[in-house]
Ligand binder design. Structure first.
Ligand SMILES: [Zn+2]
Length: 141
């Protein structure tokens, strides 16, 4: 499955820039509250649990489990017509309790994707300045 680079225009702001900067280094880092350790995904200026504005960005393993998924059969925009059907997954990360990442499993046919499927990060450089965190089935090299 390929997704068009033209659809991957990012507009990071000061809150989300650390996530995308880390992706460019092929590091999966999610925002975590520096006071109560709650992960915030998507990132936010303040902690929804304790209100703290302090955060850090720990390096994660990139391994996780498919929590939910859908198969997209209808291209929402014409440039995606060549990509359907494709999967959209919600991944629970092993080392970021409570945080879920919406992404795709690159090496899975629609019928392969299951809840509970083990996945690992597969960096997808769609443009030199845009690296997206996608996934592949775990243990397949
Ligand atoms: Zn907090």
């Amino acid at each position: 499955m390929t997704m068009l680079a033209s659809l991957a225009a990012l507009a990071p702001d000061p809150t989300t820039a650390p996530f995308w900067d880390a992706c460019r280094r092929r590091e999966l880092r999610l925002q975590r509250c520096a006071d109560c350790s709650t992960f915030r995904q998507p990132p936010s200026p303040g902690c929804p649990r304790c209100g703290s504005a302090r955060s850090d960005w720990p390096l994660l393993s990139g391994r996780g489990t498919v929590f939910s998924y859908t198969i997209v059969h209808h291209a929402a925009v014409p440039p995606l017509a060549g990509d359907v059907p494709y999967n959209v997954v919600v991944v629970e990360l092993d080392d970021a309790p409570g945080a879920r990442l919406i992404s795709n499993v690159l090496d899975a046919e629609p019928s392969d994707v299951t809840v509970g499927m083990r996945v690992e990060i597969a960096w997808d450089e769609v443009r030199p300045d845009v690296v997206l965190p996608r996934f592949r089935r775990a243990g397949r090299g």
